[in-house]
Design a protein around this ligand. Sequence first.
Ligand code: AMP
Length: 192
Amino acid sequence: MNLVLFGPPGAGKGTQSKILTQTRGLPQLSTGDMLRAAIAAGSPLGLTCKALLDKGELVPDETVIDIIAQRYDQPDCAGGAVFDGFPRTIPQAEALDKMLQQRGRKIDLVVELKVDDAELLARVENRIKAGGVLRSDDTPETLAHRLEVYYKNTAPLIGYYRDQGKLQTVDGMAPVEVVTATIAGLLQGLRP
Ligand code: AMP
């Protein structure tokens, strides 16, 4: 089974992906995590992407399409995966469809986690107040830019997947357990 989770920054994609990994055994394919790992390792990919991540800009489509294709061909993705934060643009969505089709697979479900901007800002402010290690892009200023990027580049995926009949919108303002249960219900309703 292949699932796509998308939504604005801080909507809960990572949290729900991790839960799906635990409950369904599907690996979480987070391009953000992969890019941060490349930055931490100081690899050439990390060096070229660091400034973009810090500013909340998207890295080029070809870069993330390449890293997703390499990761998807690992044996643990034989039963599918949860795509977290990918695709983020229409060309990425088209590349994902093509990549899966070439492997005789498809996307089974796309979940849009809907959360309003004020709540996303409140979540960042709460993480800052709570202290601990924060991501370099986890600030109110960068969030504002990441939201602009989201509405401009990523929100068009709503129409793309709605046209394919794959989109389900879930209220991401609900408590984590409620969101988890809603997604579980959607998965149960999928035709084999
Ligand atoms: P995330 O952890 O998903 O919030 O991603 C953090 C940052 O990584 C984003 O703000 C982008 O700079 C970059 N990034 C992650 N995924 C993608 C993607 N699919 N396309 C382009 N840039 C991405």
